[in-house]
Structure formats: structure tokens, C-alpha cells
Design a protein around this ligand. Structure first.
Ligand code: UD1
Length: 428
């Protein structure tokens, strides 16, 4: 596997543009099989999770073209409804094929999904919701077969505002008989982006981003062109990287409302933020200040996906910060690696107590998951000396060219390809 070698303590300066949001691209690509024709998706990031999703679409019978950041999916012929177990285990969002395949071909046969090891991540809410829409579901150990003649609208109350379950319901109910109402849906910007894509294809989805979503089922969808929203989690990654290095950067193509939950935290750290026409300038102080308490919660509160990178930035803040993780129980797994840089972070169940230290030193660490891996890159940028981050395939799942983009801002990161790593090891 590739590794990153990082020479730390380079201040980030300059400007950078966000790529499209991973968490929008994945559900939109899954939903594209509802359309008999070509869906043209712009600003589609070139990430390994996107590649895996495109591979799945191809095995189901879709024709795929990529030209720069534009992907065209021709789902005129969907010939299969089974997804390979290995592919399924690579990525949790593959559960969204359940909704799209039963809608398109009547049946779906999938294995329980994988993804980052950040908690148990059950799919009970997805299954219960699809049953409410008329699907019959047979669970057989690690595989699920889900079938439905015609999906019929229903009132679905989500006990927790699950992002994936909300998306699966929207995808499945878009082509259905009657009206579906989702009470307590997730309100993340990626939910609104999926609703917009489906509506551009002729669906009738109202209230995405609000506390109730109504879906009037239609008979069919038509092809459309759609531009994916910029990645707000990538923005918070750059913000953390800028904050920890005492930098001054401009992030282009931001949607300020999507970042509103993270702004107060960076302000409390002492960063100055300036917004102008879709660009965010962040100017970090010489030394960051502690943040009293951050609690991760569903949108519009502080996102769990930004938590790890912000924890990294806080390791060098003056004073003690506290972070409470309310969404995924294993989201602090990266902390033991972070402490190898000389950070002083104690984890007790859902709480992380971060005692700020003056400087971090270089370390050899392993990425434990996607955002935890990005957090280690953030720490390495500020560390005195050289660092090595292994298992970066986790990072590649959600970031396109993170090393190249950070280098343009003045970082010093080298990607050492797997073959070279093996060669170095045998030579030593
Ligand atoms: C999505 C995002 C992920 C983000 C998360 C929360 C994608 C591809 N991934 O993941 O990056 O961290 O939202 O913002 O968009 N739960 C159940 N039963 C279910 C479904 C969920 O108990 O059937 C629980 C989960 O275990 C977790 C919580 O609900 O504790 C949140 O999960 P959910 O909102 O569904 O996240 P994902 O859609 O998996």
C-alpha cells in the first residue's frame, strides 16, 4: 500500500478549490440507475469510493464514461441485480443500491456493507423503511435479498435521522405509487443534493433539508445533468490544516451555509474567517486557543466527519479542549496514532480530552479510517521533523489528490507508491 512521507512545520499559504462532495456523489450515482438513459454528473470527484461505485454500476449493466470531473452513466440496460460480496464490503454506501435496484428491477441481492471501521453501523432503519414501502426482505446471514412488485408510499418515522436511511427511502420512493412522508429525516446538505438530482430527473420530492420530507411517487424518471455540491468535509480538512500550521489560505467554491456548523469552532480557536463570493479565507493565529466543548450531532450541528481533523488541530492549542462524539462509537480510534506525534489526548468512551501541547514531533503512524487518516496528515503538517503515514488507501477513499493539493499550499508531502515501499524495505 502507498504511504505518505511528510516534512512538517510548513505554513499553508495560497488558494485551493474544493472538489465535489463524496457523500453526495455516492448516493447520486446509486440513484442514477433509476433513469433509463444518460445521467450526466458534473463535479464528480475522482476518489476510490466513487471508482468502486462506478464499478458496481458497470457490473449491473450501466455504461460509464468519465471526462475530467464529468461522469456519464447510461443506465438504459440494467441487466443484473446482484452485487459482489467483496465490492460490497469495501463501502457502506453500497447499501443504497438496495433502494435503487428494487425500484429499477424489482429485486436486489446484496451483502451487508463495509466501509470505515468507526462503529457497528447497523442497517435496521434502511430495512424497516423499505419494508414499509412494500418490499419483502430475506436476511440470510450476511446477505440480504429485497424484492417488491410495486413500491407504495408510506409514512415513515425515523427514530434517528440516519443519512443513509433517508437517502434509501428517497431513492426507492421516487418511482412509486402514492405519497411517502419521512418524519425526522436527515437534513445534511447531501440529502438536499440527492433530492435536487432526483427532482431534475422528474421526481417530486419536497422538504429535503427540513424536518419532514414528502415524496409524491412518479411513474418514471428522465435523464438530466447535475452538478454535485462542493465537499464541506474537505473544506473543514483544509481549515484544520491551515489552523494547525498557522497558515493563511483561501478555499474556493464553498457554500457558507454548509460550513456554518464548523465556523464557530474555528473562531473559538482564534482563526479569522472572511467570506466573499463563494471563497473562504482562513487566517490562523500564531497559537490556537482551546475550544471548550464540541459535540458532534446530525446537521445542522457539528459534523462527525470533521471531528477527527479538528481534534488534530486542537492538539497544539493553548489549554484543554473537550470533544464529545455522539454519532459513531469508534471514531476516536485514530487518537492512539495521533498521540505518537506527542499529542496528549485522553479518550473515555464518547469523550476526548485534548490537553494542548506546544509542538508535535514527527512519527510513523497508520491511518485507521478515512477521516482519522486525514487527521494524521493534519498533525504531520505541523509536526517538527519527518512523519510517515501508512494505510493511506483509507484516505484515498474520500480525498482526491490530497497530497498534491496540500503541496500547492506549501506542504511537503510525498506519496511513496507501494512498489517503491516494498523496494525500500527489501533494500534495507
Ligand atoms: C453518512 C456518511 C458518513 C457520515 C454519516 C453521519 C455517506 C456515504 N456517509 O453515513 O460520512 O459520517 O452519514 O453524518 O454519506 N444507524 C442505525 N441503523 C441504521 C442506520 C444508521 O443504527 O439503519 C446509526 C449508525 O450506526 C450511526 C448513526 O445511525 O450511529 C448515523 O448513521 P447514518 O446517519 O446512517 O450514517 P451513514 O449514512 O452510514
Amino acid at each position: 500500500m502507498d504511504i505518505f512521507k511528510v516534512k512538517g512545520q510548513q505554513k499553508l499559504l495560497g488558494d485551493v478549490t474544493l472538489h465535489g462532495a463524496k457523500n453526495s456523489a455516492l448516493p447520486i450515482l446509486c440513484a442514477s440507475i433509476l433513469v433509463k438513459g444518460e445521467s450526466v454528473i458534473h463535479n464528480c470527484p475522482d476518489l476510490s469510493d466513487v471508482k468502486t461505485t462506478l464499478d458496481i454500476l458497470q457490473t449491473l449493466g450501466c455504461k460509464i464514461k468519465r471526462d475530467g470531473d464529468t461522469v456519464t452513466i447510461d443506465a438504459t440496460d440494467v441487466t443484473d441485480s446482484k452485487i459482489d460480496e467483496n465490492v460490497m464490503r469495501m463501502m457502506r454506501s453500497s447499501i443504497l443500491f438496495l433502494g435503487s435496484l428494487i425500484s429499477r428491477v424489482g429485486c436486489a441481492s446484496i451483502y451487508l456493507p463495509g466501509g470505515c471501521d468507526i462503529g457497528t453501523r447497523p442497517v435496521d432503519l434502511h430495512i424497516k423503511a423499505l419494508k414499509s414501502l412494500g418490499a419483502t426482505i430475506t436476511e440470510n446471514g450476511s446477505s440480504i435479498t429485497c424484492c417488491a412488485g410495486n413500491l407504495t408510499g408510506a409514512k415513515i418515522i425515523l427514530p434517528f435521522a440516519s443519512v443513509g436511511a433517508t437517502e434509501n427511502i428517497m431513492i426507492a420512493a421516487a418511482i412509486s405509487k402514492g405519497k411517502t412522508v419521512i418524519i425526522n429525516p436527515a437534513r445534511e446538505p447531501e440529502i438536499s443534493d440527492l433530492a435536487q438530482f432526483l427532482n431534475e430527473c422528474g421526481a417530486k420530492i419536497y422538504g429535503a433539508g427540513e424536518s419532514t420530507i414528502e415524496i409524491e411517487g412518479v411513474e418514471k424518471l428522465h435523464p438530466c445533468e447535475h452538478r454535485i455540491i462542493p465537499d464541506r468535509i474537505l473544506a473543514s480538512t483544509y481549515m484544520s490544516a491551515c489552523a494547525i500550521t498557522g497558515g493563511d489560505i483561501v478555499i474556493n467554491d464553498v457554500i457558507p451555509t454548509h460550513l456554518a456548523p464548523v465556523f464557530p469552532v474555528f473562531n473559538e480557536m482564534g482563526c479569522r474567517l472572511y467570506l466573499s463570493k463563494g471563497a473562504l479565507r482562513i487566517v490562523a493565529p500564531k497559537r490556537l486557543r482551546r475550544v471548550k466543548m464540541i459535540k458532534t450531532m446530525p446537521y445542522p450541528a457539528f459534523p462527525t466527519d470533521s471531528q477527527s481533523m479538528v481534534v488534530s488541530a486542537l492538539t497544539v492549542a493553548r489549554g484543554t479542549s473537550v470533544v464529545k462524539e455522539n454519532i459513531f462509537e469508534n471514531r476516536f480510534r485514530f487518537v492512539s496514532e495521533l498521540n505518537r506525534f506527542g499529542a496528549d489526548v485522553e479518550v473515555n468512551d464518547k469523550l476526548a480530552v485534548i490537553n494542548g501541547v506546544k509542538t508535535l514531533h514527527g512519527a510513523k503512524v497508520n491511518a485507521t479510517d478515512l477521516r482519522g487518516g486525514a487527521a494524521l496528515v493534519v498533525a504531520a503538517l505541523a509536526a517538527q521533523g519527518d512523519s510517515e503515514i501508512s494505510k493511506i488507501s483509507h484516505i484515498d477513499r474520500g480525498y482526491a489528490d490530497l497530497d498534491i493539493n496540500l503541496n500547492k499550499l506549501g506542504a511537503d508531502i510525498k506519496r511513496i507508491k507501494n512498489e517503491e515501499v516494498t523496494k525500500e524495505k527489501t533494500e534495507n
